[in-house]
Design a protein around this ligand. Structure first.
Ligand code: MLT
Length: 270
C-alpha cells in the first residue's frame, strides 16, 4: 500500500519555501527515490509495489513543481535547491542516514545532497545519470527546449523526448504512461528544471572522494547517460560497479522493474 505525506520545506538561500509530496511504501530503513526530468514519483510505481519494499521504507518524493508537489514560483530549479528539499524530507522522515536512489536529474540532485548534507546519505544508487556538466551544445539544447515548451507546451517536450527515454521495443502502455507523466508537468516547472540542468556543476572531481557505497545502473540503449559514460563514472568511484540493463534506454525502473530491483537488492543486502 502507498501512503502520501505532505511536508513543508522552509525558504532558504537556494529558493522559496515549498510543500512536497512524498509517497511511501514498505518497511525498514529509509530509502529515498528521486525522479528525473520532467517526470514525477510515478517513475517509481513498479519499484514501490515491488520486492524492494520488503527491505526498505521506500520514499518517492515529488520534487517541487512535479507530480503532487506544487511549484513555488522559483525561476531556476538548481540541483542545490533540490538537495535542500531532499535534506528536509530526510530529516522529517528518519534519524538515520538513508539509501538514496536517483535517476538522471534525480542523480544530479543526489550528488548535490551528498555534498550539502553528507551525513544524511548512507549509499547511492545512480541510475541513468551523469557526472559531467552540460557543454555548450547541451546548454543550447536546453535553451531550445525552453523556447519549445513556452511556445507549444509540455506535450511537445514529451513527444520529442520519448524516443530518448524508452527503447524502441517499449510497449504502448509504457509509452502512454511516460507521455502522461511528462505532459502533466507544468511549463513553469520544465523551464525552471531546464535552467537548473544547464547550470549544474561537473561532479567528476568529487567521484574519487564520494565516500559512500555506490551502484551505477545504465541502460544498454540510453542515449542520454550512455553505458560507456556510466561505466567510466563507476570506475571513478572507489568500490563502485556499473550494471548495464539489456534492452533498456533511460528509464530502467519502468522498463525493467524486476532487473532493476534485483540489482538494487543485491547492492543493499551485500
Ligand atoms: C533526466 O532524465 O532527468 C534528464 O534527461 C536529465 C538531462 O537531460 O540531463
Amino acid at each position: 500500500m502507498i501512503t502520501t505525506r505532505h511536508l513543508d520545506v522552509p525558504a532558504s538561500a537556494h529558493g522559496r519555501g515549498a510543500r512536497l509530496a512524498v509517497h511511501l511504501a514498505g518497511h525498514g530503513p529509509l530509502a529515498l527515490l528521486v525522479h528525473g526530468y520532467p517526470l514525477d514519483h510515478r517513475l517509481w510505481l513498479d519499484t514501490l509495489h515491488g520486492p524492494l519494499a520488503a527491505h526498505r521504507t521506500l520514499a518517492a518524493v515529488d520534487l517541487r513543481g512535479h507530480g503532487d508537489s506544487p511549484g513555488a514560483g522559483d525561476a531556476v530549479h538548481t540541483m542545490e535547491l533540490f538537495a535542500h528539499d531532499l535534506a528536509a524530507v530526510l530529516r522529517s522522515l528518519t534519524d538515520a542516514p538513508a539509501d538514496v536512489v536517483g535517476l538522471s536529474m534525480g542523480g544530479y540532485a543526489a550528488f548535490a545532497l551528498r555534498t550539502l548534507a553528507p551525513t544524511l546519505v548512507r549509499s547511492l544508487v545512480l541510475t541513468n545519470t551523469r557526472a559531467v556538466a552540460d557543454d555548450d551544445a547541451a546548454k543550447a539544447g536546453r535553451a531550445a527546449a525552453i523556447a519549445t515548451v513556452v511556445e507549444h507546451g509540455p506535450r511537445a517536450i514529451a513527444t520529442a523526448m520519448l524516443p530518448k527515454l524508452l527503447a524502441p521495443t517499449a510497449d504502448p502502455l509504457l509509452r502512454a504512461r511516460v507521455l502522461d507523466m511528462v505532459t502533466a508537468t507544468p511549463t513553469a516547472t520544465i523551464v525552471a528544471d531546464l535552467r537548473g540542468l544547464a547550470a549544474r556543476p561537473d561532479r567528476r572531481p568529487e567521484l574519487a572522494t564520494l565516500g559512500v557505497p555506490a551502484l551505477v545502473i545504465a541502460g544498454e540503449h540510453d542515449p542520454i547517460a550512455t553505458p560507456a559514460e556510466s561505466t567510466a563514472m563507476a570506475a571513478a568511484i572507489p568500490g563502485a560497479r556499473c550494471e548495464v540493463l539489456p534492452g533498456t534506454a533511460h528509464l530502467a525502473p519502468m522498463e525493467a522493474p524486476a532487473r532493476f530491483a534485483d540489482a538494487v537488492t543485491a547492492f543493499w543486502l551485500k
